[in-house]
Write a protein that binds this ligand. Structure first.
Ligand code: IMP
Length: 170
């Protein structure tokens, strides 16, 4: 597999993203980070450790892919949040935005629960694949239309543990 982003490059960018997010929120405010499972778990873990502001967190799970490399366009809700997000500053933590369907669905659900603010940070974005317009305030890396694995991202549940991001050769 070809390494697209090595571990040091990812770590450096994650620290920058953490700084960008913190700068955008008032010192006293609490940021409630909502990690989208499973792909977002490593990104979330590194991101929150690079933040000094008071953060709280929760986890949500949706599935849109099954075990293939092409989006089915169908999003299934697998696990809900444990606490209310009403009147809180919410940041959705996503691994990758591809067609945008998953994120659009998630944003609609969360927005209907009346958060004080709702933003999204994603590590990777594949703009050439976008099918719906969806706002993403913080983007780690913009990449080409290649299926990637590692750093939380899987192919059929494998490769999530890689510290880097690689292009999967099929
Ligand atoms: P979307 O709904 O098409 O934007 O897809 C979003 C979800 O599909 C992401 O949260 C990932 O779980 C998965 N996904 C999209 N592209 C890739 C990829 O290149 N590698 C691994 N998973 C991907």
């Amino acid at each position: 597999m070809n390494v697209l982003l090595d571990a040091a490059t990812i770590q450096a960018r994650v620290k920058e993203l953490a700084g960008e997010i913190e700068r955008d929120y008032p010192d006293t405010g609490e940021i409630h980070m909502v990690c989208v499972l499973k792909g977002g778990f490593l990104f979330m873990a590194d991101l929150i450790r690079a933040m000094s502001t008071r953060v709280t967190m929760d986890f949500i799970a949706v599935s849109s892919y099954g075990s293939g490399t092409k989006s089915s366009g169908e999003v299934r809700f697998e696990k809900d949040l444990e606490t209310s997000i009403e009147n809180r500053h919410i940041v959705i933590v996503e691994d990758i935005v591809d067609t945008g369907l998953t994120l659009k669905y998630l944003q609609e659900i969360l927005r209907s629960r009346a958060p004080r603010s709702l933003r999204t940070v994603c590590l990777l974005s594949k703009p050439s694949r976008r099918q719906v317009d969806v706002p993403v305030e913080y983007i780690g890396f913009t990449i080409e239309d290649k299926f990637v694995v590692g750093y939380g991202l899987d192919y059929a549940e494998r490769y999530r543990n890689l510290p880097h991001i690689a292009v999967l050769q099929e």
